[in-house]
Design a protein around this ligand. Sequence first.
Ligand code: 6CS
Ligand code: FE
Length: 285
Amino acid sequence: MKDNYPTRKNESGKFIERLTKTIYKTSDKLSYYSGDFYNENGFLVIKNFFLKKTISKCLVDSLDILKNKSGLSTMEPVLKTTRSVTGIHNINSFKEIIRNRSLKDIVTSFLGSDVYIHQSRVNYKTGIGSNGWHWHSDFETWHAQDGMPEMRCLTAMIPLTVNSESNGPLMVIPGSHKKFYSCKREKQASAQENFADQKEGIPDSDAIEQFFKDAGNKVEVIKCNPGDLVLFDCNIIHGSVQNMTPLPRTNFFVVFNSIENKLVHPFSCEKMRPEEMGARIIETI
Ligand code: 6CS
Ligand code: FE
């Protein structure tokens, strides 16, 4: 298969034009404006989308995951607490989220086909010292390490606790999804190492500067609450800083990929990642 987004191949990085549409069509569940906003900015926040009691169940289950060691855990490199657990979408309360009809309608409309789950995870940021995430495009990793051919994929982020200005909320660079940044080659790290503290697939600082310039030097800090839904394009540049408070920032993420965009052999990685990080078994929702 032709590689439209070669990355991690050369000594230096470069910008590549995006060929895939951001949205196929908007959804009846949204105003026209919302589809248009997502198309232009690469993200969308919908307040009070879920019932608070559904989200409370998810929060309880997210703590059970820690206790029962379900899924595949990645630890904080310094603190040694749990940073992220992937492969958890079969737990009942999370299933309820994934099967939400309005969510499914929005996602299948945006991606223009049926979808399946590429990855599900809870990121914990339990308290002071929990690390942030460097600026990155998820698609860059999914293309390089999982063999995801095109940008026909998006993430739904469901906050299970308050995401305030000080506990390390998600930040995005609006509009950065429109260009692909092909990253320079680095020494190959393991799937877990990259998850714990991303080494490969980080844009150079001058590329980040360019993304900032294009966005009018604005980042969007996504403060949100339990019940809200945040959608973001697989190629948007995003990241977060460490948690500066003792209050956990616990978020559930589910990554939907078009069934017309199934994984092939990884484009820039010798070893396939575990199923929990990049699903090859297609379970339709
Ligand atoms: O590896 C992943 O799938 C996710 N984690 C990291 C550190 N970067 C890309 C993506 O968000
Ligand atoms: Fe990410």
